[in-house]
Design a protein around this ligand. Structure first.
Ligand code: GLU
Length: 472
């Protein structure tokens, strides 16, 4: 079947029903779980800097209210359409369920190319979008909490929280209406790199599984693994950075202007600097320019990490992929046809709906911080440091030996906000990886890890529904 026969949301439903077969739930309940509960489609004008008027198309979708608030990013991209936002919102529901983040799925999108608008125009669009959401009660710390996604970041989140707070002057929890904010606006340390770090923790856990590595002729561990990354945005950059820091080699990078390879490893920071100076990743000293911007996906490597947009690996190019593991950092980068091809070839696909859950996991921590009005670690950091120092001194007195300065610092250190965020994220990603692998191994008819992840997600959402008593 050609990928053109169905949409992105259809593809999500296809994967959902493939997994539903391995669950005991009623058909009607399954239908309720995969349906989008609410779709808000809006059109509003924005006056450009040159005086002309553009009509902006935008959406917010609340896929599931089995838990509230709804949660999910807002993307700015020309590819935005209602079907895409619905598919992405559905993935958020399953993602949150897998990593035990107590939210329903949501997603927003504005159909613009942000590079074609000035910061002032973008601010007007973002603030207007927010006030449209407020008008229809589609945003709020208890209702629906957006976050960054493709084409948006801290700056846009700051405009959103400012607009929302101005319209809710008596809401003491207003800062929790959006996550991914700058620290000064109620953001949390570690959120910026969270998705990339989560991808890294998830894949590191997979790489530590000896049987999975052995099946693919790989040594356990991240060290020395050859990685190709598509997309050098926030997610792709941070994923590559954490892999490189752990001794992996970045042997290929793809971006919209082209793709490059370097079998002995690309120095990521030098490449970022090169791109800043020349406007392109191409012509990077020591690297080879490949024939087009997707050619790097087909390089010989151990782990391929698509970290850009959906449907980039499909029936056409999947047969040429040489990676042994594919880590889906983007949402929906593989079509169902590509999935089938990789199952046949024994390529392990580590699925998006949990692998890129680091962003929403740390968003959850940020939202909790906003509702509790206190920074993580503020109360206990000094207490723990004093306690650790006392334990260390007692140990030194008893043993009559002194711990060296570097280790002294490490032992005494009381956790800062960023330490707690990293540790919460690492634990979340390790537990989710193990839970999905266990579900996969518990039934040898489950064909792939994505289906196993859906089984875990469906069981969790369905349990919530049934325990609500709606479906006795
Ligand atoms: N946009 C990110 C995602 O797709 C983060 C969502 C969030 O933090 O709510 O998972």
């Amino acid at each position: 079947m050609s990928a053109k026969n169905y949409s992105f949301f259809d593809a999500v439903k296809k994967s959902f029903y493939k997994a539903a077969e391995f669950t005991p739930w009623d058909k009607g309940l399954l239908h309720q779980i995969n349906s989008c509960n609410a779709v808000y489609r809006m059109r509003f004008p924005v006056k450009r800097d040159d005086g002309s008027i553009d009509v902006i198309k935008a959406y917010r979708v609340q896929h599931s209210h089995h838990k509230t608030p709804c949660k999910g990013g807002i993307r700015f991209s020309l590819a935005v359409n209602q079907d895409e936002v619905m598919a992405l919102a559905a993935l958020m529901t399953y993602k949150c369920a897998i990593v035990n983040v107590p939210f329903g799925g949501g997603k927003g999108g504005i159909k613009i190319d942000p590079r074609k608008y000035s910061p002032y125009e973008l601010e007007k669009i973002t603030r207007r979008y927010t006030s449209e959401l407020v008008k229809k009660n589609f945003i709020g710390p208890a209702v629906d909490v957006p976050a960054p996604d493709y084409g948006t970041g801290e700056r846009e989140m700051a405009w959103i929280v400012d607009t929302y707070s101005a319209m809710h002057p008596n809401d003491i929890n207003a800062a929790g209406c959006v996550t991914g904010k700058p620290i000064s606006q109620g953001g949390i340390r570690g959120r910026r790199e969270a998705t990339g770090l989560g991808v890294f923790y998830g894949l590191k856990e997979v790489c530590s599984m000896e049987d999975e590595m052995q099946k693919r002729g790989l040594e356990p561990g991240v060290y020395g693994k050859r990685i190709v990354v598509q997309g050098l945005g926030n997610v792709g950059y941070h994923t590559a950075k954490f892999f490189q820091e752990e001794g992996a080699l970045i042997v290929g990078i793809a971006e919209y202007e082209g793709s490059i390879s370097k079998p002995d490893g690309i120095d990521l920071e030098a490449l970022v600097l090169h791109r800043k100076q020349t406007g392109s990743i191409l012509n990077f000293p020591g690297a080879t320019n490949l024939e087009n911007n997707t050619a790097a996906l087909e390089l010989d490597c151990d782990i391929l990490i698509p970290a850009a947009l959906e449907n980039v690996i499909n029936a056409e190019n999947a047969p040429r992929i040489k990676a042994k593991i594919i880590g889906e950092a983007a949402n929906g980068p593989l079509t169902p046809e590509a999935d089938e091809i990789f199952i046949q070839k024994g390529i392990l696909v580590v699925p998006d709906m949990y692998l890129n859950a680091g962003g929403v996991t740390v968003s959850y921590f940020e939202w909790l911080k906003n509702l509790s009005h206190v920074r993580y670690g503020r109360l206990e950091k000094r207490f723990n440091e004093n306690m650790n120092a006392r334990i260390l001194e007692s140990m030194e007195t008893l043993t009559e030996k002194r711990v060296d300065e570097k280790n002294r610092g490490l032992i005494k250190h009381g956790a800062d906000e960023v330490d707690l965020v990293y540790s919460g994220l690492e634990e979340t990603m390790i537990s989710a990886t193990r839970e999905i692998m266990e579900a996969w191994k518990s039934n040898d008819k489950i064909p792939d890890m994505r289906t196993a992840a859906y089984v875990v997600a469906i069981n969790k959402v369905a349990t919530t529904y049934s325990e609500l008593g709606i479906f006795p």
